[in-house]
Design a protein around this ligand. Structure first.
Ligand code: 5GP
Ligand code: ZN
Length: 142
C-alpha cells in the first residue's frame, strides 16, 4: 500500500520524530498551522478512528496530554507569540478534511486572535535544521 505515514513509521521517509513506542509515533507536521504542530500516528495502518482497536485508542489521549503540556513550554522560542491555546483534533474521511488515510491525531499550538478551528493558511519552518532543533528541544522535555 502506498501510504506516506506507513513509510514514515518504517523510516522509509524521514520525519522529525518526537517519541515512539511499540504502537505509536509522534512527529512534527511538515506543513504546520504553527511551529510545533504534532501528529500522533498509529504504527499500524488504520484508515481512521473507526478501525483503531479500543485499547489502542485509550493510549492516545494520555500521550496527547503529555505532548500538549510540553508544547506550551517550548513553542515561544520558535513562534512569534506565546501559545494561548492548543487544538487536539482528528479528521475522519475526505469530507472531514482527512488527506492522509492513516489514523493521526493533530496537536496544534494556537496564538491568541487566530480565528476558527484551523487556520486556512499554514506557516513554514525556516529550515529543516530549525524543525529538527525544535524536535530536539521537545524531546529533552519528555
Ligand atoms: P489530515 O488532513 O489528513 O488530517 O492531515 C494530514 C497532515 O499530514 C497535514 O497536516 C500535513 O501537513 C501532514 N503531512 C503530510 N505529509 C507529510 C509528511 O510527509 N511528513 C509530515 N511530517 N507531515 C506530513
Ligand atoms: Zn499507513
Amino acid at each position: 500500500m502506498d501510504c506516506i505515514f506507513c513509510k514514515i513509521v518504517n523510516n522509509e521517509i524521514p520525519s522529525t520524530t518526537i517519541f515512539e513506542d511499540d504502537n505509536l509515533k509522534v512527529i512534527l507536521d511538515i506543513n504546520p498551522v504553527n511551529k510545533g504542530h504534532m501528529l500522533i500516528l498509529t504504527k499500524k495502518h488504520y484508515n481512521n478512528i473507526f478501525d483503531v482497536p479500543e485499547p489502542l485508542l485509550t493510549n492516545i489521549y494520555p500521550l496527547a496530554q503529555k505532548m500538549a503540556s510540553i508544547l506550551k513550554t517550548v513553542t515561544q522560542k520558535y513562534n512569534k507569540h506565546q501559545i494561548a491555546g492548543i487544538n487536539i483534533m482528528q479528521n475522519n474521511g475526505a469530507a472531514a478534511g482527512q488527506e492522509v488515510s492513516h489514523f493521526h491525531l493533530h496537536i496544534i499550538p494556537r496564538h491568541a486572535g487566530e480565528v476558527g478551528i484551523i487556520k486556512v493558511t499554514r506557516t513554514k519552518y525556516d529550515s529543516m535544521d530549525e524543525m529538527n532543533a525544535m524536535g530536539n528541544d521537545i524531546k529533552e522535555l519528555l
